[in-house]
Design a protein around this ligand. Sequence first.
Ligand code: URA
Ligand code: SF4
Length: 206
Amino acid sequence: MSGSVAALEEIAARVRVCTRCELCRGRTLAVPGHGNPHAEIMFIGEAPGWNEDREGLPFVGAAGKFLNEMLAAIDLTRDDVYVTNVVKCRPPGNRDPLPDEIAACRSYLEEQIEAINPPVIVTLGRYSMAKWFPNERISRIHGQPRDFGKHVVVPMYHPAAALHQASLKETIQADMLKLPRIVAEVREKRTADETQVDEPEQLRLF
Ligand code: URA
Ligand code: SF4
């Protein structure tokens, strides 16, 4: 088992029994996250909804079906990417997560990002976007990759919001179509950076 697989399983085991915030009281199942531990793209949504809480898996309801369709359009499946949320337990009545709940859950997300180390992170909706773009407006920056050094982050609309609004739907679909290109560029840049770092090390040996 590779390091990232073991690390993700260990994080998930802690999430499933977590009682760090009030959201543990109303959950059926916690939803740690799902997908490829070596994914090149990590999607971060908001919080589990009714279906996710029942199944213990992220994005399995209507928004998830739409996400799957958009992935199919770029020849990806859910097994190619990793999908998780800002908070891992369903807020009662699907209300928005509260700041103290997001804070309580933050370290799990950070550990998952570290374990996967994805070249590209896609934020879905405002709660995950706020982690990297606290004072930005989604209408201004959606679909535009920004380099944070370790990761390139691409903010996108939330599929649940876009699903029922024709103009947003077209926007998120167009933004998703940019992903293969963005991933290829980041992959190239990472390879180039690694080569640059390696050369002085090699030279020192002689
Ligand atoms: N919406 C989210 O933000 N996350 C899910 O897992 C499902 C719906
Ligand atoms: Fe723990 Fe996060 Fe669930 Fe709160 S939402 S109980 S912090 S796993």
